[in-house]
Write a protein that binds this ligand. Sequence first.
Ligand code: ADP
Ligand code: MG
Length: 524
Amino acid sequence: MSEEVIVGIDLGTTFSAIAYINSYGKPEIIPNLEGERTTPSVIFFEEDGTPIVGQIAFNQAITNPERTVRFVKRDMGNPSFRFNVDGKDYLPETLSAIILKKLKNDAEERLGKEIKKAVISVPAYFKDAQREATKQAAEIASLEVVRIINEPTAAALAYGLDKEEDQTILIYDFGGGTFDVTILRVTGREFTVLATDGDPQLGGSDVDALLVKYLAEDFREVHDVDLRDQPHTHHDLWQKAEITKKDVGLRPSVKVVLSHGGNTASVNLDRDDFEDLIEDLINKTETYMEKVIQDANLDWSEIDKIILVGGSSRIPAVQKMIKRVTGKEPVKDTNPDECVALGAAIQAVVSTKDSPSESNEKKTNQKEPELKSEKGETIDIIINEVASHSLGIRAKSAQTGKYVNSIIIPRLTQIPCEKTKIYGTYEDNQSRVEFDVLQGEEDDPHSPNVDRIGKAGLKNLPPHKAGELKIEVTLKYTADGTIEVVTREQMSGQVSRESIMQKSNILSDEIVALEKQQLETMEI
Ligand code: ADP
Ligand code: MG
């Protein structure tokens, strides 16, 4: 394979997808080798340790739950997560890498081209640790990440690229394990994020969980057996619940037949009952919508279009709620399962164009992929992202003497950006300063909602009086939404001191290299 192609990847909690810009300059989904346009983000490990990704793995989840892993994305950036099978521990980064490899291998086979580079999408609310983990997963899968893109921005690109008029759009993304909502302004080909928020622990599987409970309790009332007690019947119930959830969206009433050990029960579920059951979940998403419209300083009349993303946005109660809150029908011309990958593919060719070193270096016979408008003209886009979390350091408040989360870059600041704040020392001849870098909103630096990204500081400070040294702390958000920190101290006539932050929750380069090596020899 001599020719290369750059792709966009939606690495989802439950489903993933991969896309590229075709020879007509249009984004296009690359189906997997099973012929499906999305691939379940599920891995099944065979007896010999070979991982199998996708629908086959999903089907194994019932009979072989202990050899099957799902929802890895929820544990990206979680340093204590391991999936153990046959005495071997798998890191979340490695598991995600296995999924990426399946997408890459199948797409290479389909296109007859080599894939070395990708844009990968992540939820807008992903913090630094999760973004870094996603990049490391790509590295383990031998993919160079040219850029991380936020999922709602990708969806907006896929929707807005060919639209003539300027508009303000709301992206409502309700997936398998996560929910987020984002407001963007599209003017020409400039996409500006105005506000974004979401819940990383709210998704379609919560809907399934409510249905599982409902069905299990119904069965127990009739037969005095709890189907949740046995792993096999429990998993079976989960699958039935998921099918039922989709069916009840299409018909006003469905009948679910449950059987176990010769006992059978037939449960009727009306759409109204289902909607009562999930009302709290839908209301939760409504609260986030209200929050972003406030953060964006807009009211609903100023939102021109509503775009639904994620499989769970197909639930009729979602669409009803959106209509009630905004007074508008969501647009019908985007595919909720595909638009994120398509948008990532768009960003992929734009990134290639943007990077000057890239274009100088590329003097091969390869034709650069380019985006084309309806009229066949080459198009460029501008993306203005914002930080979805505030960034600060743990510092002692001068007024109270207590430690606080001293925010330096507030959330919703446009990125990339950097800000510097000057701190003083508080003791005579203090020889070092050390502080935690924090991501999150709350004042309390120890709140579970505030992430400790790493330690930064300076050692071997020269003798001085308390407060005499000025310690300059520069925090940066990169275009990927990841973080860099530099600490500096400059006394006149002295050599300047400078240090960069070491992140605490990311894998070391050695481990990434080792995992990559292992995956290279693995057949996926
Ligand atoms: P993610 O981005 O988190 O991987 P997806 O956007 O692929 O997730 O959405 C998957 C979720 O959507 C699953 O929980 C699935 O059950 C749900 N889903 C898919 N189709 C429907 C439907 N027609 N009605 C309700 N839920 C659906
Ligand atoms: Mg998704």
